[in-house]
Each structure stands twice: as C-alpha cells, then as structure tokens.
Design a protein around this ligand. Structure first.
Ligand SMILES: NC(=O)c1ccc[n+]([C@@H]2O[C@H](COP(=O)([O-])OP(=O)(O)OC[C@H]3O[C@@H](n4cnc5c(N)ncnc54)[C@H](OP(=O)(O)O)[C@@H]3O)[C@@H](O)[C@H]2O)c1
Length: 231
C-alpha cells in the first residue's frame, strides 16, 4: 500500500498555531485553488488517516469536495475512542474506520461508534500497530493511503518506515512555540545515521506557498550516510 503524508506546514514545520489548536486557521493563508488541490488529491486516494487528536482539534470532514474522484474511507487510530457527538467523521455518511486496541473495542465508546454505522477495527493489543492496519486496508482492496497528520501519527509511520511519499504545502510563515505540533513529533533521532531519508522530487513555487514532493530514498547506498569510522 502506498502511503503519502500530506501536510500544510510553516517554514519551521509546525502544523498548527499552538498545541491543541485547530490547523484550520492556516487554511486562511491559502488560495481557493490550493484548497481545490487538496480536495483533488483526496479524490485520488482510497483512504485518508488522521489521529484522534486532530479530530478533536479540527473536527475535519476528510471528504473529497472536488468535482470528481474517489470517496476515500476515513481512518482514525485511537486508544481512548474519545469522540464528541459532533465529530463529522461519525455523523456524516461517508465510511469511517476507527482503528483501536482489543480492550477498547469492547467498551461503551466502541458501541457508540458502531451505532453511528462506523466500523471499529482491532489492530493491536496496547496500541494500533500501523503495519497491521495497513495490511487490513490492503485486504479491502485499498492501494493508496493519504495521511493528514498530526505529528504523533506521522512520527510513528516514519519510524516504522511506512511512508513512501511526502507532500508539503509550506506556508511562508514562522509559528514557533516549544511543544507545538510539528510534522513529526515522537522521540526523534539523535544520530544522523538514524534519520529517515527522502529524495526531493519536485519543488514548485506557488503564490501563497511552496509545494514540495519527496519520495522514499531510492538508493540503499544513499540510505546510509557512510560516515568514516571514528579513529
Ligand atoms: N497542518 C496540517 O496539515 C495538520 C494536519 C493534521 C493535524 N494538524 C494539527 O495537529 C494537531 C494534532 O496532532 P497531534 O500530534 O497532537 O495528534 P494526532 O497525531 O492527530 O493524534 C494523536 C492521537 O491519535 C491516536 N493514536 C496515535 N497513534 C496511535 C496508535 N499507535 N494507537 C492508537 N491510537 C493512536 C491517539 O488517540 P487517543 O488519545 O484517542 O488514544 C493519540 O492521542 C492538531 O492541532 C491539528 O490541528 C495539522
């Protein structure tokens, strides 16, 4: 399954204006054509995934509101299953899969999600194992997953080497903020030999942002930096 991480980021790779805030504010800085581009891309994929915290902060519909293309399945990993009644991913008719743990799947919250007509899919014991989740999606005929964040979900996918492509719409702004959400959070890498490497495929200057596309580093030789041994 192809996995594309697709995000709107600031120059300093922040995803939002302060942890817990909605990233929808950033969309005001884009043009209508840019929003159309996001929807057209959604119309090319089989599924769209965001973490449960993004549902809480943004309440996104995660639908393709372009004129054509697919109706992607919305996929939300969550251990807590804490969704408000107003969550669009539960209240609108497009399909949603909530991926969760075995224990959580027996809870009252899980039953509430099922009563909304949405699927609860067990993909691990203590947390969702993204390899299991991707394999499940593949068995349902899905071939391309778009991941729209946030930083916690992105980090795990990068760390598990599951990301094939990154598309960034980089806004010419600095947000700052220690502890703010960035493209990839998690523990981070402290050795250059450990970092995940990507090839630059395209950089396009658009009026309100820089559009960048990266793909998984193609060369095994490039994947390791071949640092000289310490003397
Ligand atoms: N600029 C953009 O393109 C963009 C895009 C998306 C989001 N955002 C912003 O990013 C922020 C949210 O990012 P975030 O890093 O805080 O959170 P996140 O990645 O959206 O969601 C984290 C949550 O997802 C669930 N989760 C993640 N990994 C899991 C696993 N392996 N197993 C089970 N559940 C798992 C957990 O939910 P439970 O707590 O329910 O267990 C966890 O608390 C929001 O402010 C949003 O506005 C920006």
């Amino acid at each position: 399954m192809k996995v594309t991480v697709f995000s709107q980021v600031s120059i300093d790779a922040k995803l939002t204006l302060g942890r817990g805030n909605s990233s929808k504010e950033l969309f005001q800085l884009l043009e209508d054509e840019d929003i159309r581009f996001i929807h057209e891309f959604r119309g090319t994929v089989d599924a769209i995934m965001v973490g449960r915290s993004t549902i809480t902060a943004d309440n996104p519909s995660l639908t393709n509101r372009g004129r054509s293309g697919t109706t992607p399945v919305r996929v939300i990993p969550s251990r807590s299953l804490r969704f408000s009644k107003e969550s669009s991913v539960l209240s609108t008719s497009e399909p949603t899969i909530v991926a969760t743990t075995r224990a959580a799947s027996d809870s009252e919250q899980a039953d509430r999600i099922r009563r909304c007509g949405k699927e609860v899919l067990v993909c691990g014991e203590d947390k969702v194992d993204f390899r299991i989740l991707l394999a499940e999606l593949k068995t349902r005929g899905m071939r391309h997953l778009m991941v729209e964040g946030g930083g916690e979900v992105n980090w795990q996918l990068f760390d598990d080497d599951l990301v094939d492509e990154i598309i960034l719409m980089q806004l010419p702004i600095i947000v700052g903020g220690l502890g703010n959400v960035s493209l990839a959070d998690g523990d981070g890498y402290r050795e250059v030999s450990g970092v995940k490497r990507f090839d630059v495929q395209e950089v396009i200057s658009r009026p309100r942002h820089l559009l960048m596309r990266f793909t998984r580093c193609s060369s095994a030789a490039d994947a390791s930096l071949n640092l000289p041994a310490a003397s």
